[in-house]
Design a protein around this ligand. Structure first.
Ligand SMILES: Cc1cc2nc3c(=O)[nH]c(=O)nc-3n(C[C@H](O)[C@H](O)[C@H](O)COP(=O)(O)OP(=O)(O)OC[C@H]3O[C@@H](n4cnc5c(N)ncnc54)[C@H](O)[C@@H]3O)c2cc1C
Length: 381
């Protein structure tokens, strides 16, 4: 992708954000209402196929361009990126590990947004320790029968197809060899049990999904071979982490921009608060965090695009950029004083949205452990 093409995509998204999203985001988020009209435009913009290869109808964007798209959208309303990101991780699992028949059957429909969904890994009793999942798939002729519960699944209500992580051999040692990933479409035996209420990240549906004797055709097993599911699921997490990091960049930038604007108009003791050193120290730190987070995301995305191992880089970007979003959002609230606590301004939303980025796609505790392990592996004594 050359610079002109990237600019064209970012410009089209920028126009849509200013025209349709910015004027509506606060109202929809307050009502926790799904942005149906925005989703229609997102289809037209090609966002549901952003990273799907062009031969299957997607835009085939490199991670570096995709990260800029995500950061740009997150600066206006972070929730929107969740509607296509876990969908694209599901698609990436098919594109990277699926059979040719699975790619042909699913990727064009994913790319157009006709079929949308996400990733169903987490269960009520486990998230970080994914190998402890209990959802079970048992072979029955040319089908598998699945029983279990998944929770916190983004797009769980509005989506219709999910990359579902199950145990095909609960006694396997090591545990991951007994795990498989299926493409599960909604139907008999697969139901949404509840919508989950959240601190932030409103508008997008997070749900608990229940599988009761759900029958899925055997040819929906991604790659067609049992025991590879853990590898397939975590294989998408590097891109997922770059995406979460890009969301962090967007929210950190939004908080900085709002704070810079407000600090110039709010006056105390006869001068704009941006002339008080205490506020300048905050703005200086916030701007530096934004720039550092952006550069870490760029460097991780570049490594990903070059096909290099980048778990350490993606981990660093995800960890730093999400913490930057959290720190910048609370500083923006402080700079806004009492108005920062008001729902009339956007900064309280950034403050409610930011913690999600510290938890999703591997908690920040785990990111630091991943970084440290890679550091040791790459620097043997
Ligand atoms: C809004 C939202 C959307 C989500 N969307 C999805 C989705 O679409 N699909 C999906 O599958 N999941 C989704 N999740 C789930 C998310 O991925 C998990 O919440 C996350 O992985 C953490 O798992 P957990 O909640 O079970 O926490 P736990 O694993 O129980 O962790 C609790 C705490 O212990 C720490 N911890 C755990 N193990 C270790 C260790 N070995 N060393 C050090 N610290 C440790 C964690 O860092 C954390 O601080 C979503 C969550 C939220 C809140």
């Amino acid at each position: 992708m050359n610079i002109a093409e990237e600019t064209q995509i970012l410009d089209a998204i920028g126009k849509w954000l200013e025209r349709d999203v910015r004027p509506k985001a606060r109202e929809l988020e307050k009502k926790d209402e799904y942005p149906d009209a925005m989703v229609e435009t997102m289809k037209q913009l090609g966002l549901f196929g952003a990273t799907i290869p062009q031969e299957y109808g997607g835009l085939g964007l490199p991670a570096s361009t995709y990260a800029k798209v995500v950061a740009r959208i997150s600066e206006v309303w972070m929730s929107l990126t969740g509607i296509f990101n876990s969908h694209l991780i599901m698609a990436a699992a098919v594109a990277r590990f699926g059979t040719e028949a699975q790619k042909k059957a699913f990727l064009p429909k994913f790319a157009s947004g006709e079929v949308r969904g996400g990733l169903a890994l987490t269960e009520p009793d486990c998230g970080t320790d994914l190998q402890a999942i209990r959802t079970r798939a048992v072979r029955d002729g040319d089908h598998y029968v699945i029983n279990g519960t998944k929770t916190w699944i983004s797009n769980g209500i509005k989506g219709s197809c999910f990359a579902l992580l199950v145990k095909t051999d609960p006694n396997a040692k090591p545990r991951h060899q007994g795990m498989s990933l299926f493409l599960a479409e909604k139907g008999p035996g697969f139901r949404v049990s509840k919508k989950l209420e959240k601190l932030g990240y409103k508008g997008i549906d997070s749900a608990e999904l229940i599988f009761e004797d759900y029958r899925v055709p055997a040819d929906r097993l991604i790659g067609g071979v049992e025991g590879k599911g853990f590898h397939h699921a975590v294989g998408g997490l590097e891109l997922g982490r770059i995406n979460v990091a890009a969301r962090g960049v967007g929210v950190a930038n939004a908080a900085l921009k709002d704070a810079v604007a407000y600090a110039q108009v709010r006056k105390t003791f006869g001068k704009p608060i941006c002339e008080h050193q205490a506020i300048q120290l905050k703005l200086g730190e916030m701007a530096t965090r934004c720039e550092a987070a952006r550069l870490l995301v760029e460097s991780a995305a570049r490594a990903y695009d070059a096909g290099e191992r980048c778990d350490m880089e993606a981990g660093m970007a995800k960890y730093f950029a999400s913490e930057a979003a959290l720190e910048n959002s609370i500083e923006a609230v402080r700079i806004h004083g009492g108005y920062g606590y008001s729902t009339e301004f956007n900064v309280e939303r950034y403050y409610r949205d930011a913690p999600l980025m510290c938890i999703g796609e591997g908690t920040n505790e785990m990111q630091r452990i991943i970084i440290a392990k890679q550091l040791i592996a790459r620097n043997p004594a």
